[in-house]
Design a protein around this ligand. Sequence first.
Ligand SMILES: Nc1ccn([C@@H]2O[C@H](COP(=O)(O)OP(=O)(O)OP(=O)(O)O)[C@@H](O)[C@H]2O)c(=O)n1
Ligand SMILES: C[C@](O)(CO)[C@H](O)COP(=O)(O)O
Length: 374
Amino acid sequence: MLDVTLIVLCAGNSTRFEHKTKKQWIRIDNIPLWLNVTQRLASFSNFAKIIVASHEDELNYMKNFTDDFTFVKGGETRQKSILNSLEFVTTKYVMISDVARACIPQNVIKNLLDQKNCADCIVPILNVTDTVIYETNTINRDEVKLIQTPQLSLTSTLKKALNTNTEFTDESSAIKAINGTIKYIQGSNESKKLTLGNELEELPCLKEPSNNFFTGIGFDIHAFEDNKEMFLGGVKLPYDYGFKAHSDGDVLIHSIIDALLGACGAGDIGEFFPDTDLKYKGIDSKLLLEHIVRFIYNVGYEIVNIDTTIIAQKPKINPFKHEIKNSLSALLNIEKQFINIKATTAEKMGFIGRAEGLAVQSIATLKYYNWKQK
Ligand SMILES: Nc1ccn([C@@H]2O[C@H](COP(=O)(O)OP(=O)(O)OP(=O)(O)O)[C@@H](O)[C@H]2O)c(=O)n1
Ligand SMILES: C[C@](O)(CO)[C@H](O)COP(=O)(O)O
């Protein structure tokens, strides 16, 4: 076993990527990019431990994919994500890579490891072959290098180097700033960083997503309560009662949230918005659905369609179906034709039949966001 921990940084926001999905979540066949990249790097050597720094909103979801890695909550910046991850590193050396460098070849890893005793930080670089200007002046391009990841650092030196308020864009710059030694090795064109959406075309190692569809069901039930407004699908209904609930009790939205989470394998509404958390007391469920829809897109899916059945003796749902559909269409960011709302009574049986509450069943279908066709 090597005395080296591998950290793969996957906690970014992909703001420059300009796709609906975050870059770490685009699917390569059925595998999210972060898993594809981490498994690929892991297969190149016998690392003592592998740490994946994940965005806090995605940490639990990432854990569903594998037990092979240690997942650590990232920070607001790349450097903060490294610092959080370093707390779990006990090896003498640490190799840090960006998920954004998706196609790193094996020989780069081998060359880094071969040089591990040569300096405090070993860094792959590329020469520049184009003419380079700084502001309007041509500069000597032989003195310009492009710095890549992964970089291999002495853990103790890196911890010392990052113990500062200065933000560095890579580990070698931080280590240089405390007069640590740097060894540059040949990088690779294949290690190109994926920053902008159109750069996907330049990464031939990435296979397009599978055409699979994913289905999830959701169910929710709430009792009526006096002196409350009733919301269904984000629409206020003129009824004598509202719902007894920790949130605004929008049972239709809650069942759709569970159907969406079911389809992408992300658990249920309570894991995202615990009803013990005061933050969600009386909350407008539209905000919860908006959060979940953003999550669904961020982690690599598109919504295909939603079908729901509202089981209610009262109130009458038919007069409001159109308005509810419009509301859901805006919240889900899909056209109305892909949303269906059905209503049925309980034939006066049981508590629904006695108009003490109502229940909703929903089904959602998702597909992967096809980044190749955008
Ligand atoms: N708070 C952050 C910010 C970035 N990263 C990671 O650092 C690497 C380099 O960052 P970049 O390519 O800039 O990714 P993003 O920060 O996601 O992109 P953007 O700046 O466009 O938002 C990526 O692997 C990214 O996931 C991280 O782990 N934590
Ligand atoms: C670390 C890095 O990949 C080296 O080139 C680069 O500095 C990361 O920059 P970003 O702005 O965080 O993508």
